[in-house]
Design a protein around this ligand. Structure first.
Ligand SMILES: Cc1cc2nc3c(=O)[nH]c(=O)nc-3n(C[C@H](O)[C@H](O)[C@H](O)COP(=O)(O)OP(=O)(O)OC[C@H]3O[C@@H](n4cnc5c(N)ncnc54)[C@H](O)[C@@H]3O)c2cc1C
Length: 400
């Protein structure tokens, strides 16, 4: 009898889950297993590049790799999952409700920025969380050039100094300088509630971020709480107002809302607690992968972060294990001991670290080359060739 694997999401995790499941099915000549990916569009949206210019180009088509591996694609947005009847409900391209049954489900619907943390984010702040919102920010930044110079026009406030905030802030001085007249003052301000720059990072990495920020002329307002964002800028908890035409919100990411349908296994940031096979705790026949899954990476207490570095490998394990469960094969326990951090620091360069203790291995141009090779090549879909995909979709193939 035909068995259906349905994967929700066509991001890094969903794409690799589909290819890896197809690989195992093909290795076992299991022609009765069909694999479908359901997502709004059949393209990989390269979220790690959304702080760069030309964001509309940060996509890669997925049909070539899916066709190569006989993966079906369904255009749609899932609105409900009934794990008892093993049925999903989705709206198709024409916004019409449809239903699909599954034998095995892989939830790979990613994450999104929280915009409920401070009043005014939704109305007045830009963000670079998804391709459409990043495109709005890019268009707005370009429109500043047509406005008369003023303190407000020349001030950009980045709310939150985490990974995304740092990459966005360090990118801005060069972009703004290229748009405005020579000699104009440019103020890029990072507002951060923690007491240190890059407080979640190793002291060595913090020092590099500080050096790059200083040399790029970026102001960090540390230990600072934002009270409200308005059409004129923002208000701090002290009552101080900062006028700016551009406020960019980057703080607080949560797992996609479909995880709320699995209340028994809720973990940090709304992610789902999973077993080492990436099966969701407490739910039969449901796997989770990528940003929606809270998985142990090793026996030292580390967990997968919401990064595509983790999503790609978790996708391969989830795909392998979901197919293995239909083939009565033993699952492969997900493990990802290696961890690197590569942070773009704009025209200053970049910084590259290795290990969970973030030992700095290279900086400036040398690190920038690594960053470019990761974000412009390594994380993109594989070549749509059968042998290439069969090799790369293996969860045990070398990765990072
Ligand atoms: C600005 C920015 C910079 C980043 N920089 C880095 C970096 O340098 N390095 C790094 O490793 N990571 C980085 N990340 C994080 C990385 O992008 C994510 O961890 C990664 O995209 C997670 O992959 P995923 O497949 O789990 O989810 P996503 O890539 O978010 O994909 C989710 C998929 O699910 C689909 N989907 C969502 N809801 C539904 C629904 N209801 N029905 C059907 N489909 C649905 C989406 O359309 C999409 O196809 C960055 C993220 C951002 C926003």
């Amino acid at each position: 009898m035909n068995k259906e694997i349905v994967i929700i999401g066509a991001g890094f995790a969903g794409m690799w889950a589909a290819l890896s499941a197809a690989r195992l099915a093909k290795l076992n000549q299991a022609e009765n297993i069909s694999i479908s990916v359901i997502a709004p569009v059949s393209e990989l949206r390269v979220r790690p590049r959304l702080y760069e210019e030309n964001v509309s180009a940060m996509i890669a088509p997925l049909m070539p790799v899916f066709n190569t591996m006989d993966v079906q694609f369904i255009a749609g947005s899932v609105s409900n999952i009934d794990s008892d009847s093993q049925t999903i409900k989705y709206l198709d391209e024409n916004q019409l409700p449809q239903f699909k049954q599954y034998d095995r489900l892989v939830l790979a619907s990613g994450s999104n920025l929280r915009t409920d943390l401070v009043n005014g984010i939704d109305q007045y702040a830009f963000n670079l969380d998804q391709i459409d919102t990043a495109a709005m920010l890019e268009q707005h930044l370009k429109s500043l050039a047509k406005k008369p110079a003023s303190q407000s026009r020349n001030t950009v406030i980045v709310c939150g100094g985490g990974f995304t905030g740092i990459e966005m802030a360090t990118e801005l001085p060069a972009r703004l300088k290229a748009m405005f007249s020579e000699g104009e003052d440019i103020n890029v301000i990072v507002v951060e509630r923690n007491e240190q720059i890059g407080s979640n990072y190793s002291p060595e990495l913090q020092a590099v971020i500080k050096q790059a920020s200083d040399e790029l002329g970026i102001t960090w307002m540390l230990n600072t709480q934002i009270e409200q964002i308005t059409d004129e800028g923002l208000t701090l908890s002290t009552g101080e107002r900062i006028l700016a035409d551009t406020v960019i919100w980057t703080a607080g990411v949560q797992a996609n809302a479909l995880t709320n349908l699995f209340q028994k296994s809720q973990g940090p940031q709304g992610r789902l607690n999973v077993e080492s096979s990436l099966k969701v705790n407490g739910y039969e026949n449901v796997f989770a992968t990528g940003d929606v899954a809270y998985a142990k990476t090793d026996d030292k207490g580390n967990h997968a972060l919401m990064t595509c570095q983790h999503a790609i490998l978790m996708g391969k394990f989830a795909g392998h294990n979901v197919a293995a469960s239909l083939l009565d094969l033993e699952p492969l326990p997900y493990k990802q001991e290696n961890y690197v951090t590569c942070l773009d620091l704009g025209s200053w360069g970049a910084v590259y670290t290795e290990g969970w203790d973030q030992v700095v291995k290279s900086v400036k141009d040398e690190a920038k080359k690594i960053k470019v090779s990761i974000t412009n090549e390594l994380i993109y879909p594989p070549a749509p060739e059968y042998n290439v995909i069969m090799e790369q979709a293996d969860p045990l193939a070398p990765w990072v």
